[in-house]
Design a protein around this ligand. Sequence first.
Ligand code: ATP
Length: 515
Amino acid sequence: MSAALDTTTEARAHRAVSLETIGMTKRFGSLTALEDVSIKVEAGTVHALLGENGAGKSTLVKCIMGFYQPTSGTVLVDDHEVGIRNPRDAHAHGIGMVYQHFTLVPSLTAAENLVISRAHPPAVIDWRKEMRGLDEFLSRMPFKVPLDVPVSSLSAGEKQKLEILKQLYLDQHFLILDEPTSVLTPGEADEVLGLLRGMTRTGDLTILMITHKFREVTEYTDAFTVLRRGKMAGAGKVGAVSVDEMSKMMIGDATIREGAARTPMHDQPVVFEVAGLFADGDEGLPAVEAVNLKVHAGEIVGVAGVSGNGQSELVEVLSGQRDASDGRLFIHNKPFVPNRDHMDRYKVFGLQEEPLRNAAVPRMTVGENISFRIFDKPPITTLGWWLSPGPMRARARELIASYRVKTPSTEELMENLSGGNVQRAVLARELSSQVDVLIVANPCFGLDFASVAEIRAQIMEQRNRGAAVLLFSEDLDEILELADTIAVMSGGRIDYVVPAAEADRTSIGRAMAGH
Ligand SMILES: Nc1ncnc2c1ncn2[C@@H]1O[C@H](COP(=O)(O)OP(=O)(O)OP(=O)(O)O)[C@@H](O)[C@H]1O
């Protein structure tokens, strides 16, 4: 073998690069989202980027990826300064990013998605040649995804794997992962993180991963950096620093809310009832089939399940965003129609997934969004539809303070808040009034650990006050912590319901898998 060829093979086998930021600062108007942040990610390691909601994690990685131009600061790849003006420049330096949301085209196959994702896809695609190339590529990859079916028919786990494969296919060897396991089951999360760590060990990859889960940090990462209020709050090797110390770096002197105790309840009436409910999904196929559920006053019924088993469609029906094809809903034995009028009358509140899209108006201010539920009621309206800004702002300021929403002011646009703070703002709005029926879906998705404790305590308090709570969650730990009764949804049906006291992980896991 010639020396030149030898070097190429060598280069291909060890491609992980190191990445450093020096003095990264980003201002949005008067707000300094990132201040003089210097982090170093060693080649061939998994590095965790930690911090509370709004600490500046996304801003930092967006500066690295060229989505934002930093106010000042530079990026070094393998100790050389590189100019990154846009994501294309980042890709050219081997830096790729996997987002929390999916970026694949659902109607195309995995193979088609990969081929069109190239910077210069061929004008006429020679599929036989492409498939040979893809098969060869997949044979080198630690995990597989079916290439020939539309992406829409893949599970959430497979889609996430495909998002990662896409970056590897594009030859990126520094991957930024933004909460990569949020859509995965615990088993899938372990599988994906384990395999990726394997690729860093062989020197093929370097990973910078935003996560809120300490278990992932201690089990899968080598080093960490903590941001607090846009500044470096600490960094080190995982293992040398305890989880307690890491959490202190994240929240400083703030205290973490203790879990609210569960008040014992006896012989409470049924408040909310779902009877024989059927609904179709977006493609017209049955998504919810013959679902029956009863929720008593002062009870949390936790609906567990792997995402994509009809939970979203069921939540949409219950919150009036999708029509049922059959079945009925009752509150206090009276027919309930999930429209604005009935929701007000029966004090029903819903917290949906993806709050920025489903439960907020991105281009309205935080103040308006937080007061939205009540913005058409006195004293927010004084003259017909005219909003009365004084009381609205005062009310908004109160909620922002008590739910610790991080925003420069009530006048900031909702879309400029960090993901976790959008979630908090919506929760503040929904949990701030007297609630009789609370329907929540993945309420802690994307929240930092202190907020998770806070929100779970709020939900428990609503229950203790006598609300009937229906909690949909893909996080089994959350269900086990909060629920009085556990129901499992699988294939659109709920056939398994047990008191939480009698539930065990194995039987729930089996029911989740459809057994
Ligand atoms: N485009 C923008 N315009 C104005 N302010 C912004 C913009 N993007 C982010 N910010 C602000 O910058 C700060 C840091 O936000 P960032 O999204 O980086 O936080 P984060 O650590 O990723 O939080 P989370 O865990 O909630 O995703 C926040 O106060 C946020 O409101």
